[in-house]
Design a protein around this ligand. Structure first.
Ligand code: AN0
Ligand code: CP
Length: 316
């Protein structure tokens, strides 16, 4: 593995999941691999889990970590080639990425989409600029179209909690007061396509995601119908992809609660977090035994550690 900015960068998921399980069993067995290595974490947006779990993964590997919030602590960066830099940006990505690469063996970047300029977001403008100008491997800590570390933690969680060989997994849209990225659902869909699961997406009509990503996946507009016999429910809001970045539906009947969960095969409830209680999912579900969002978040450490291990092994 040379970079991890998309679920597409996983060549052999079985191998990666085996490594993740081994790492989770013995997280401190790989301390030699990370010795004298540094991971740089660059955040253009807030984070709780990604920041802390990746730092934890780094500690488990005997590495060092340096973290920077680029939005309010760094120089404003210019990303356009050939820009005349007489505006607010003080430093070009060309210098910044090369300089950071001298301090770090790996670079992780969180950069949410604008949700205004679809073409720029789909080009993963910021992360791909880092990939282009860095001289070390880049990890996405959630980009404008994907959240691949989350998806690997999700895959590991499904592996751990499944009780049948081929579980039914349902990704359900749910309401949210803010316009959110499509990154988490995109990466989750790509991951489910790699796994042996019966996968269904449910969302209101008009909330279709990028058809290149959902190609071949069944879409059920009736949420209750989709939930029938499900083993896993993955709740998540995303903003409209067609009317790009808009909120065109806030129907509270889509809030995931016992009405829908009672239709499932005693399904486990998953969410990447942070989650809005009683908007995305009810207290009743989140506080019940069917919710596995806390162990799911725990798997973020092993997801990050697995990817860092794979990238470091490739540097040797
Ligand atoms: C972000 C999102 O939906 O992509 C981050 C989730 C990991 N969520 C919010 O901004 C609430
Ligand atoms: N799930 C996730 O990535 O959480 P944070 O935004 O808190 O990092």
């Amino acid at each position: 593995m040379k970079k991890y900015t998309s679920v597409d960068d996983i060549e052999n998921l079985d191998q990666i999941l085996q490594l993740a399980k081994k790492i989770k069993e013995n997280p401190f067995d790989y301390k030699e691999l990370g010795k004298n290595k540094t991971l740089g974490l660059l955040f253009f947006n807030p984070s709780l889990r990604t920041r802390l779990s990746t730092q934890k993964a780094v500690q488990n590997l005997g590495m060092e970590c340096i973290v920077m919030n680029l939005n309010n602590e760094g120089w404003t960066l210019e990303f356009e080639d050939g820009a005349i830099m007489n505006g607010s940006a003080s430093e070009h990505i060309k210098e910044a990425a090369k300089v950071i690469s001298q301090y770090c063996d790996l670079i992780g970047i969180r950069s949410f989409p604008s949700l205004k300029d679809k073409d720029k977001d789909e080009a993963e403008f910021i992360i791909s600029s880092f990939v282009k100008h860095s001289t070390v491997p880049v990890i996405s800590l959630e980009g404008s179209t994907e959240h691949p570390l989350q998806a690997l933690a999700d895959a590991l969680t499904i592996e751990e909690y499944k009780t049948t060989k081929r579980p039914k997994v349902v990704l359900s849209w749910a309401p949210h007061p803010k316009a959110l990225p499509q990154s988490v659902p995109n990466s989750f869909i790509k991951m489910m396509k790699k796994m042996d699961v019966d996968f269904v997406i449910t969302h209101p009509e008009g909330y279709e995601l990028n058809p290149e990503i959902t190609k071949g996946v069944s879409i059920e507009y009736n949420q209750d119908e989709a939930f029938k016999n499900a083993d896993f429910i993955y709740g998540k809001n995303w903003s409209n992809y067609i009317h790009y970045g808009e909120i065109t539906n806030n129907d509270p009947t889509w809030t995931i609660g016992s009405r829908q969960m009672n239709l499932t095969n005693n399904a486990k409830f998953m969410h990447c977090l942070p989650v809005r209680r009683n908007v995305v999912v009810t207290d009743e579900i989140l506080d019940s035994d069917s919710s596995i969002v806390i162990p799911q978040a725990n798997n973020r450490t092993y997801s990050a550690q697995t990817i860092i291990t794979s990238l470091l092994n490739n540097l040797e």
